[in-house]
Design a protein around this ligand. Structure first.
Ligand code: IVH
Length: 683
């Protein structure tokens, strides 16, 4: 028996439960619960940790992203050097590798194991007594950078090994990589933000690991696969396969596929099979790694200066093709960024016909000296649209043309600009049809005007049909017009128009957020709404006034001023105002029936989430707290309420059921009636 308190035991069982689900999700690909249920467990643990910080542990699953940004990474010496592999490029070279080994150990019978070679960044993780203590990059093989805080943000990497009796020291080595689909998305959003895209997933991964702020790293789609060991204490493995399977048991991800073969000829066949699967893996694979499976032979085979003799890499040809670049067209993205695209002579690449390749931006065209009419090499680098790697300059005829980026937007003809710190050119016209879709989708989104039924595809249709050119025009849509759209029945047209009508009454801060002013997120919108109370006062504010507001920085201030200086946006605001959209802060503090009361919410509520219930309480002047104390007025207990309920009972705090809470709150409609009445707008 332990002398842990019931709370401690509850927290520990939550931690193991969360770790178990992590494993089911990331390692076994067989989740048992939904993301929502998982989040609920995590939140429950978080709440307990807030309440009982003395019982929180550094390996808690809530501790993946934390700590302040670093100034620099510490250098750490590898206890066992991190070697690399010698490369082979032909099957003859591999046969030679086999002959060399057989010569060194002529008496031995052994097998080979073949795994994919992952094109990422090598890492060494050190677990002491089952706890992740350090993650170090390869560096020069002898010393690397301590990137522990960054590595901890990768959800599939266990902070504790799942084993009751873990070894004293387990150093595992593997590859951090960026998931190919995630890479494409990341590059897309970098491009939209006017930033330089990464050349390939490996660069994106390396760049991510070098970030000093783990919170930024957490946003990058990184993952890891482990395939080797460093220092070991208290554990030994007979074969490589056995090692892989134990790593998997500990909760570490290993290659989804490997092959065991006694003869090199069979390995060569499997290499082809592996190459054919190239695009089925979520990571970029640049070859296969062939290793002797029997670890007892490693010492005998030994090392050359930089690589082991018992393993070798076989590199596949990169997936490239040569073709002619006929023209360069310009695409205008949803944020107005102009992207040059190569129009190619169609060519077969990795099983698909390629007609276009991205050129990213003007700098890239200059750097690679790409001209119209060039013969170019294109490559797939995890992106849906391939990239141009280089020009085949030997094949130039002298007729190739230098390409100039346009001075105006090819979609609307407005001027283009380059913002400070960006590589991209942007269209300056917010009403450019290419940008309007983005603006409308944002305007209608849940955090902004929350217009039910107005999703991306409908926005697409509204803009393409010319019905809507800015958010204000939504309010003059007629039912007959909406009915003319694809798949639009009477009922959905009705719903859409009701949704649009209802959005006129959204709080000022939501309207402000919906305007899509650059750099104004929900938080800044709310601050500005509270500070200025109405749009006219805000429009008159100057830079100094804005910068003076706590939490509003110079970038936001500048952006607000610029936005309201633009006559086009001013016109849209006027149109919105005429349509009846709310541009004033209504003092929601007006209702004060729960003033002075503090609520704690616990357990699972049936009709709403705890957040929603919290909002309703706050709207009526009440306070919501995370922990029960003498000051708690009411504890609202949902299903499976735990420690907080016990504590409330022991302190004699009044306990409410969900129904009792709802009775206390009344409906939102009742509240709104009351508020308008109070403010004198009632009938
Ligand atoms: S084994 C002692 N296995 O490729 C050598 N390496 O070019 C241990 N790599 O440094 C490495 N996939 O960063 C091994 N399945 C795999 C690999 C792999 C990728 C990387 C690793 C290594 C480099 C060698």
């Amino acid at each position: 028996m332990t002398d842990e308190t019931p709370i401690q035991q509850q927290m520990e069982s939550l931690r193991t439960e969360i770790e178990r689900h992590n494993r089911l999700y990331y390692i076994d690909a067989a989740p048992e619960i939904t993301d929502r249920e998982y989040d609920r467990l995590l939140r429950e643990l978080e709440e307990l940790e807030n309440q009982y910080p003395e019982f929180s542990t550094p390996t808690s699953p809530t501790r993946r992203v934390g700590g302040a940004p670093l100034d620099r990474f510490e250098s750490v010496r590898h206890t066992v050097p991190m070697m690399s592999l010698s490369n082979t490029y032909s099957k003859e070279e591999l046969a030679e590798f086999d002959r060399r080994i057989r010569k060194l150990i002529p008496e031995e019978i052994f097998t080979y194991i073949l795994e994919p070679k992952i094109d990422g960044v090598a890492i060494s993780l050190r677990y002491e007594n089952g706890v992740l203590v350090r993650a170090v990059t390869r560096g020069d093989g002898a010393t690397g950078d301590d990137v522990t805080a960054n590595i901890k943000t990768i959800n599939s990497i266990p902070l504790r090994l799942s084993d009751m009796m873990p070894p004293t020291v387990l150093e595992v080595r593997g590859e951090i990589y960026m998931d190919t689909a995630g890479f494409s998305k990341l590059n897309e959003s970098r491009q939209e933000a006017g930033l330089e895209p990464f050349a390939n997933p490996r660069n994106a991964c390396a760049g991510s690991l070098k970030l000093l702020d783990p919170r930024e790293v957490a946003k990058r789609p990184l993952d890891a696969i482990f395939y080797a060991t460093g220092e070991l204490d208290g554990i030994a493995f007979e074969t490589h396969e056995q090692m892989l399977l134990s790593l998997k048991n500990y909760g570490l991800r290993i290659t989804p596929k490997y092959w065991l073969n006694g003869k090199i000829d069979d390995v060569l066949d499997r290499l082809d099979e592996l190459e054919n699967m190239r695009h089925e893996f979520p990571f970029e694979m640049d070859g296969g790694v062939i290793k002797v499976n029997e670890r007892r032979l490693y010492d005998e085979l030994g090392f050359t200066a930089k690589s082991p003799r018992w393993a070798v890499a076989y590199k596949y040809e990169p997936e490239q093709a040569e073709t002619t670049l006929h023209a360069i067209s310009i695409q205008v993205g949803r944020t107005g960024v102009l992207t040059p695209v190569a129009e190619l002579e169609p060519v077969q690449l990795a099983g698909t016909t390629v007609k276009r390749a991205t050129l990213h931006n003007e700098d890239e065209i200059r750097r690679k000296d790409i001209k119209v009419g060039d013969r170019v090499i294109i490559e797939k680098a995890g992106e849906i649209i391939p990239a141009v790697v280089k020009v085949v300059t030997e094949k130039r005829t002298g007729t190739e043309q230098v390409f100039e980026m346009p001075n105006e937007c090819p979609v609307c003809g407005s001027e283009v600009e380059k913002r400070a710190g960006e590589v991209a050119l942007r269209c300056t016209n917010l009403q450019c049809p290419a940008q309007v879709k983005n603006w409308l989708t944002h305007f209608a989104s849940r955090g902004a005007m929350d217009i039910n039924g107005l999703g991306e595809s409908l926005v697409e249709q509204l803009v393409d049909s010319g019905l809507v050119k800015n958010p204000a025009e939504l309010y003059s849509l007629q039912k007959v017009e909406v009915l003319g759209l694809e798949r639009m029945g009477d009922k959905s047209a009705e719903n859409l128009l009701t949704g649009i009508e209802a959005s006129k009454h959204r709080p000022f801060e939501k309207v402000l957020f919906g305007l899509g002013i650059r750099h104004i997120g929900k938080g800044a919108a709310s601050i500005l709404a509270n500070e200025f109370k109405d749009i006219d006062t805000l429009m008159k504010a100057d830079l100094a006034q804005l910068e003076n507001i706590y939490d509003i920085g110079p970038i936001v201030a500048q952006s607000v001023v610029e936005y309201f200086l633009n006559p086009e946006t001013r016109a849209v605001i006027e149109q919105l105002r005429e349509a009846g959209v709310n541009f004033e802060q209504v003092d929601t503090g007006g209702s004060s029936e729960l003033e002075g009361l503090t609520f704690v919410l616990t357990g699972t509520l049936e009709t709403m989430t705890r957040d929603e219930a919290g909002d309703k309480i706050k709207k009526r002047g009440g306070k919501v707290s995370g922990s029960v104390s003498q000051k708690t007025s009411y504890l609202v207990a949902g299903a499976n309420a735990g420690s907080k309920l016990e504590k409330a009972e022991s302190l004699g705090v009044t306990i409410l059921t969900e129904q009792q809470l709802m009775d206390l709150l009344g409906s939102d409609e009742q509240l709104e009636d009351k508020q308008t009445g109070q403010l004198g707008f009632g009938f």
